[in-house]
Design a protein around this ligand. Structure first.
Ligand SMILES: CCCCC/C=C\C/C=C\C/C=C\C/C=C\CCCC(=O)SCCNC(=O)CCNC(=O)[C@H](O)C(C)(C)COP(=O)(O)OP(=O)(O)OC[C@H]1O[C@@H](n2cnc3c(N)ncnc32)[C@H](O)[C@@H]1OP(=O)(O)O
Length: 147
């Protein structure tokens, strides 16, 4: 989706050449997946992914999950034309369950589990080699399109 809707965000913006450039895709009727390979310098401790990086990737993937689900629910095409809204992070809560190693990709699986008028609650699990290394609850709030 981030190749179609281009933003400047450090985590997901295809317009940010120094950013993480994460990509999110539908993987089933409710779930979006993101696969991301940490770089050797994304460490907290040698060999272990810095938790803040995991939080950053989760943050963006959760926003795109909220955005994609809202587009689906509202019949809005994500075809590259400007969206009539944006989602921003209201709250991000991450539980780190196991260390993630630096030389293996992370797989994030997220879905909207509750939706208010403007708020979407997104749950996201972070897997590495099929094992859950983190899980998160993220609150995304729909706002006016950002300039
Ligand atoms: C305005 C932010 C500017 C920064 C934007 C930066 C990047 C975004 C760029 C492009 C977007 C494109 C793609 C998206 C992908 C990634 C985006 C990256 C994510 C970010 O990096 S983004 C930066 C960090 N983020 C902020 O910079 C937010 C600062 N903050 C505020 O701008 C306000 O605080 C706001 C708008 C959050 C709420 O303000 P408000 O007045 O509109 O809200 P209001 O009270 O009306 O609540 C409405 C409903 O949200 C619930 N709600 C509100 N706040 C909550 C909270 N904190 N916790 C739990 N629930 C909350 C209520 O309970 C109610 O829920 P319900 O709908 O169920 O009634």
């Amino acid at each position: 989706m981030q190749d179609v809707i281009k933003v400047h965000c450090f985590g997901c913006g295809s317009l940010n050449e120094r950013g993480l450039q994460i990509k999110s895709h539908w993987a089933g009727p409710e779930e979006l997946v993101c696969r991301w390979q940490p770089q050797p310098f994304h460490i907290g401790h040698p060999g272990v992914v810095y938790g803040g990086m995991i939080a950053s990737v989760v943050d963006c993937h959760a926003m795109w999950t909220a955005m994609a689900a809202h587009c689906r629910d509202s019949g809005i095409e994500m075809d590259g034309t400007a969206l009539p809204f944006a989602y921003v992070t209201g709250k991000l809560s991450v539980s780190y369950l196991k260390p993630a190693v630096i030389d293996q990709p992370l797989e994030l699986r997220a879905r909207v589990v509750d939706k208010g008028e403007r708020r979407s609650t997104v749950e996201c699990v972070v897997l590495q080699r099929g094992q859950e290394c983190a899980r998160a609850e993220v609150i995304a709030v729909r706002v006016q399109p950002l300039a």
